[in-house]
Design a protein around this ligand. Structure first.
Ligand SMILES: [Ca+2]
Length: 465
């Protein structure tokens, strides 16, 4: 018997009307019949790297890391210059990608999930996997989850049919014992709900995730599928397989990125082999910016200031390339601001699902932007930044303008991508206007925030025996 307690993470409030509404909306969404004939339902592949910076790919200007397969995706599709994830660390960023909601709306905003934690993304939330599964898609995740790892909180509880990967970050492992002998947590490798090994050989994580994803594509070539491939790398500790080790001019970090690029090539080859390249949306992006204090083992944000864990652009603006030939013009560069919040509603539109108005989400269907159009209603949408330390509202971007609220600093990101020149004193009215917009949006999200789920039982003991 599994005890499932719905509790607010932030303030431990009882199950709210919002959570019940979410359950009802979930039921309504899941009962929808597939909207498009099978042959017209595009496959969806999302490749999500961990802690990879804005400047770590050749097509984003890296001088020595070679990423020909990712560069080719950009040539055949779009390269997004102003794409954001909703947080500068793993867990909240992943919650936002899969729900189309700011992490605060789904209660997953406070910090990353740690091995002893008992909470996770509430299964009542409608994830991209739930949405696609209801449309008849086979849904697989190959890699890192990090949205809760107790019974009821794992990928198979959130719309995925199959999982091969790890429940949390690859450093939440015996790796830390080299520095701290009291560190006890260890990393399991899982298939669905079963642990297949403890402390997997991390040299082969990228390769194994890739092989599992390629197998899944082959097994589901006759029906629509959703492949979510959240790599553990290049989050530290860094590992590359023997074929890629010591091959990059940029050292081990370069080896790791070049192996991820190989992985992208393998996925594209599998799609090609099965004649699926024209009917598959492929998105490649990263969960947050580079972990700069790691030095040569961290990536680079290129021209952006700051990195992982900060609300400078380097923390949340990430590389993003996407390919879907019938919709996205080849070689396009999308400069309008979009974010990971937009992926769920845009994919929903792509597969013909009309999202119920009862489902409160924060992203928008940005298909016209992907198609190279720039309709008025999709210009100047505000985007909020939250602190990864205390989950408070810390910034807003609208159009070219970014306000760092606590510091009262205003930057024009079009003219000053590196956030070097504070223009607040020249634009006092704009500063007040942006602050007001951010506070009103945040107040609405706070008032309607939905609870996480806390689970007493464990599926496994993350501590070393
Ligand atoms: Ca991360």
């Amino acid at each position: 018997m599994i005890a499932l307690l719905a509790l607010g993470c932030a303030d431990s409030k009882p199950p709210s009307a919002a959570s019940q509404q979410s359950a009802a909306a979930m039921e309504a969404a899941m009962s929808q019949e597939p909207q498009l004939p099978q042959a017209e339902r595009p496959n969806v592949v999302i490749i999500f790297t961990d802690d990879q910076g804005y400047g770590d790919l050749s097509c984003y200007g890296h001088a020595s890391i070679r990423t020909p397969n990712i560069d080719r995706l950009a040539e055949q599709g779009a390269r997004l210059t102003d794409f954001y994830v909703a947080a500068s660390v793993c867990t909240p960023s992943r919650a936002a990608l899969l729900t189309g909601c700011y992490p605060k709306r789904v209660g997953m905003h406070e910090r990353v999930v740690l091995p002893p934690d008992d909470h996770g993304l509430h299964p009542n939330e409608i994830t991209l996997a739930d949405l696609l599964k209801a449309q008849g898609y086979a849904t697989g995740i190959f890699g890192k989850w990090h949205l809760g790892h107790r019974p009821g909180l794992l990928p198979l509880d959130q719309g995925f049919d199959h999982w091969y990967g790890v429940p949390y970050s690859n450093d939440m492992a015996q790796y830390h014992r080299e520095r701290d002998s009291s560190y006890r947590f260890r990393l399991p490798l899982m298939v669905d709900h079963e642990i297949v090994s403890w402390e997997p050989d991390q040299r082969y994580l990228t390769k194994r995730y890739t092989e599992a994803a390629v197998d899944f594509i082959g097994a589901n070539k006759e029906n629509p599928f959703f492949v979510y491939l959240p790599h553990s790398m290049p989050h530290i500790p860094l590992y590359a397989s023997a074929r890629f080790k010591d091959q990059s001019a940029h050292g081990l970090y370069g080896d790791v990125i070049e192996e991820i690029d190989w992985s992208v090539g393998q996925v594209m080859e599998a799609l090609e082999e099965h004649g699926l390249t024209d009917n598959t949306l492929v998105i490649f992006t990263s969960d947050n910016g580079p972990w700069l204090p790691q030095g040569k083992n961290g990536g680079t944000a290129g021209p952006l200031r700051g990195g992982k864990g900060t609300n400078w652009e380097g923390g949340q603006r990430v590389p993003c390339v996407m390919r879907y030939p019938t919709v996205i013009p080849a070689g396009s560069v999308l400069e309008e601001m979009t974010s990971a919040l937009d992926i769920l509603p845009t994919v929903a539109a792509l597969v013909g699902v009309e999202l119920s108005a009862e489902i409160q989400i924060d992203g928008h269907d940005v298909m016209p932007l992907w198609m190279g159009e720039s309709p008025q209603e999709l210009q100047g949408r505000p985007f909020l930044y939250y602190s990864n330390r205390n989950a408070s509202l810390v910034g807003i971007r609208r159009g070219p303008w970014k306000l760092r609220i606590d510091e009262g600093e205003l930057y024009n990101l079009r003219e000053d991508i590196g956030e070097t020149t504070d223009l607040a004193s020249e634009h006092e009215v704009l500063v007040q206007e942006l602050k007001k917009i951010a506070q009103v949006m945040d107040a609405e999200i706070t008032a309607n925030a939905r609870p996480v789920l806390k689970v007493e039982e464990r599926l496994f003991d993350p501590r070393r025996p």
